[in-house]
Design a protein around this ligand. Structure first.
Ligand SMILES: N[C@@H](CCC(=O)N[C@@H](CS)C(=O)NCC(=O)O)C(=O)O
Length: 207
């Protein structure tokens, strides 16, 4: 039995997409960020970083947080056929590379940009917003290059690299992020991923 502690957010939706791709049943427990539940003692005891998602796999006495680590765990435990992560070979490491890239660059930079754009006048730092827009443009060029030569997916085959990126880039497209709107390869990739039934179900989680 799997319990996912989460909410309707980009990082949580990576996990719900993976759970759907692997046809795994789970119980969704909503951690209300607006009420600060992620900072309450019961949650902090499980997640020192005080952020969702957290996945608990009762059958294996496992608790794990950080979305990239959760996807790797699910793939290793439940993906015998390599649907989201090839079991061996170069394709496996290409997918892990793409997943790390998301966690190290796309998540932190777009997250900060989003926070800054929504910040009050007292906490807004215009210079930081300018720098983050420049970095967002650079990162979207990187992704576009990863899709060069008519590649359908970020790591060659569909994988955790696509799952890690999709909720973030779908949100960026909804906000009409300028860095994204002219990148035809990236926009086509977004459409391709959005067609997957597991992605549609995963994106509707916690809503
Ligand atoms: N690197 C983490 C990021 C997790 C994260 O930032 N979660 C957000 C929601 S998407 C959160 O819990 N924010 C609440 C807070 O910062 O207080 C992951 O990929 O799991």
């Amino acid at each position: 039995m799997i319990t996912l502690y989460g909410g309707p957010t980009t990082n949580v939706r990576k996990v719900t997409i993976a759970l759907e791709e692997l046809s795994l049943n789970y119980t969704a427990k909503h951690v209300r960020l607006d009420l600060g539940q992620q900072r309450q003692d019961w949650f902090t005891e499980m997640v020192p970083n005080q952020k969702i998602p957290l996945l608990e796999d009762h059958d294996r006495s496992m608790q794990i947080w950080e979305s990239g680590a959760i996807l790797t765990y699910l793939a290793e435990q439940y993906d015998a056929h390599g649907k989201i992560l090839a079991r061996t070979g170069n394709q496996r490491y290409a997918a892990i590379q793409g997943a790390f890239f998301q966690a190290a660059h796309i998540g932190p930079n777009l997250g900060r940009l989003n926070d800054q754009l929504r910040a009050s006048d007292e906490t807004k730092i215009p210079k930081m917003i300018d720098l983050l827009f420049v970095e967002a443009e650079r990162l979207s060029e990187v992704l576009d290059r990863m899709l060069a030569d008519n590649r359908s997916f970020l790591a060659g085959e569909y994988s955790i690299a696509d799952i890690m990126h999709y909720p973030w880039l779908a949100a960026a497209r909804e906000l009409q992020f300028p860095a994204l709107m002219q990148k035809n390869g990236l926009l086509a990739w977004l459409d391709r991923i959005a067609e997957r039934p597991a992605v549609q179900k995963g994106m509707a989680s916690f809503s």
